[in-house]
Structures are given as structure tokens and as C-alpha cells.
Design a binder for this molecule. Structure first.
Ligand code: C5P
Length: 220
């Protein structure tokens, strides 16, 4: 029996990839499955929270009475939905792999091939979490960082820059961690730069650890 330590809390979670269209049939995307975010949503709901899960395209489904799923496709749509639910949120967890760039022009019709080189101009997408960090009042904000070098230092600077309360660092140097895997190995870094390395675990177990850490840091 889990303790309802998130009772009466509203938790907003982003998950999955975003797809950035090029034309009606093509997009730029990434390999995020959304599993980490979905597992966090189930864990938060099972501990009493009311959850809004804002997810990019994924094959995952949730049927939990306390989880409202909002489907989006692009980073801009995810941005809109996050800001819509932000003021009523107590905790926001950004687990989505948001595309950093989108095609500058989206063609109305399918782009035809020819013999020339084809160059796609990209423009910057908004940083959703940083934009929430810039306007937050009471909300506890959690981000992820996926790094391949100087992990702890980069994660700390991300925490500061985006005005987060907690960051979950995924190191790609750890076997079994990251995209498409059922397991993850993370390190938590809190606002005071305390570093808490965790063991390699199933994503469900990592989701539980993340909620435990949020509850601990939130109580402080
Ligand atoms: O800056 P970086 O992409 O490494 O930051 C990762 C964290 O920021 C994740 O929590 C991710 O969900 C969030 N993010 C976001 N909007 C973006 C890029 C990343 O919310 N455009």
C-alpha cells in the first residue's frame, strides 16, 4: 500500500517526443518512447495526485481516473498546453524530449524530390521548461538532463538557467540508461546542488524514486 503523499496536489508532466512537420507527410522527430513520463504519471496518480500528462506522439496509453492525457504533436502545442495548466499546478515535471528546432517553412503540399541538394532551414523552438521557470510562483519545477560529458556540471548549470527545483540527470555513459530501454540510471541534483546518485533500475522504480525525491525536496 503506497502512502498518498501527493494527495490534493496537481502534477503536470510532459512526455514523449515532439514531431515538427516539414510538409503534410514528413516531420523531424526523435526516438523518445514517452515511457519515463508515463511511468511518472502513473506513480504520481497512485500517490494521490491529480495528473495532467501532456504528451507528444507515442504508442503508450494510460487509463487511470486521476490522469488526464493531453495529446500534442509539436513543441509549440506542448508549450501552449503547459502554460494553460501551469497556474493550477503544484509540481511540473518536464520529461519530454522536445525538439530544439522546427522547419522554418511547412509546405502545404508534399515536397517533390529533384536532382538538387535539399537544405532545410530550421528555427528555434521555445524552451518550455525555461519559460515556466521564468514565470513560476509556488510551482516546484523538475527537469531532465541527458548528458554525455561533464554531466554534473552541465546539469547544475541547466538547473540554474531554467530556474528548476530539481534536475534528474541521465548519463548516456551508463549502460542501460536512456531512450527505448526499460531501465534507467539517474542522479538527482537539488536546488542546493546536493547530488544523489541512484542505482540502475526499471523505469517504474526510477519513477517511484523521482516522486520520493520530489516529496522530500518539496517538504524542505
Ligand atoms: O536543455 P535540454 O534540452 O538539455 O533540457 C532538458 C530538459 O528541458 C528536459 O526536462 C526537457 O523536457 C526540457 N525542455 C523543454 N523544452 C525544450 C527543450 C527541453 O521543456 N525546448
Amino acid at each position: 500500500q503506497t502512502t498518498p503523499d501527493l494527495k490534493d496536489k496537481k502534477v503536470v508532466i510532459t512526455a514523449g517526443p515532439t514531431y515538427e512537420p516539414l510538409d503534410p507527410v514528413r516531420f523531424i522527430g526523435n526516438h523518445s518512447t514517452g515511457k519515463m513520463g508515463f511511468d511518472i504519471a502513473v506513480e504520481a496518480a497512485s500517490r494521490g495526485a491529480g495528473v495532467v500528462l501532456i504528451t507528444g506522439p507515442t504508442s503508450l496509453r494510460i487509463t487511470h481516473p486521476a490522469v488526464k492525457v493531453v495529446h500534442v504533436t509539436t513543441a509549440n502545442e506542448m508549450y501552449q498546453q503547459c502554460h494553460k495548466f501551469f497556474s493550477s499546478a503544484d509540481i511540473v515535471i518536464g520529461a519530454a524530449a522536445v525538439a530544439d528546432y522546427r522547419p522554418k517553412v511547412v509546405a502545404d503540399q508534399k515536397i517533390k524530390k529533384n536532382d538538387e541538394e535539399f537544405v532545410i532551414a530550421l528555427e528555434k523552438n521555445p524552451d518550455i521548461l525555461a519559460s515556466l521557470g521564468a514565470v513560476k510562483s509556488h510551482q516546484f519545477l523538475v527537469g531532465f538532463a541527458l548528458e554525455t560529458e561533464n554531466e554534473i556540471e552541465y546539469a547544475k548549470s541547466k538547473l540554474k538557467k531554467k530556474n528548476l527545483d530539481l534536475i534528474v540527470l541521465n548519463s548516456l555513459n551508463d549502460k542501460g540508461a536512456g531512450f527505448g530501454k526499460p531501465t534507467n540510471k539517474v542522479t538527482f541534483i537539488d536546488k542546493d546542488f546536493n547530488v544523489f546518485p541512484q542505482e540502475l533500475k526499471s523505469k517504474e522504480a526510477v519513477a517511484k524514486d523521482i516522486i520520493d525525491q520530489i516529496v522530500k525536496s518539496y517538504a524542505k
